[in-house]
Unconditional design. Structure first.
Length: 101
C-alpha cells in the first residue's frame, strides 16, 4: 500500500515527497527527493524512512518545533564570513541534554 501525503517544491526539478508505504513488508513514513528532468525522473537516494513504530516519537519531535523556532535571527553585520564554497557547522548548544524521544 502506498499513500502519498503531500509534496514540497525544493527547486525547479526537485520535490520533497512524503508518503506512507510498505517497504520490505514494513509500514513506514518515507520522506524522499523526487527529481523530474530530461536525464532522470524518479526518487533519488536522498531521504529518510521512519518506521511505523517510531512514528509517534517522530511526530512528537516535529510538533515540538514552534513557528518562532523557524524564524531566522538577524545576523550581526560584522560577523566573519566563511570562505567561498565553505560552510561553518556548529555543534548543538547542549548536545548531552537533547531529549531522547
Amino acid at each position: 500500500m502506498e499513500k502519498d501525503i503531500g509534496k514540497i517544491s525544493k527547486n525547479d526539478t526537485t520535490d520533497i515527497l512524503v508518503r506512507i508505504d510498505d517497504f520490505g513488508g514494513r509500514r513506514g513514513l518515507t520522506i524522499r527527493e523526487f527529481v523530474t528532468s530530461e536525464r532522470y525522473t524518479g526518487f533519488t537516494k536522498s531521504g529518510v524512512r521512519i518506521q511505523a513504530g517510531d512514528f509517534p516519537k517522530f511526530k512528537e519531535m516535529v510538533n515540538s518545533v514552534s513557528e518562532e523556532d523557524m524564524i531566522m535571527p538577524e545576523e550581526p553585520e560584522e560577523a566573519p564570513k566563511p570562505e567561498k564554497g565553505q560552510e561553518t557547522l556548529t555543534e548543538p548548544e547542549d548536545k548531552e541534554n537533547l531529549p531522547d524521544y
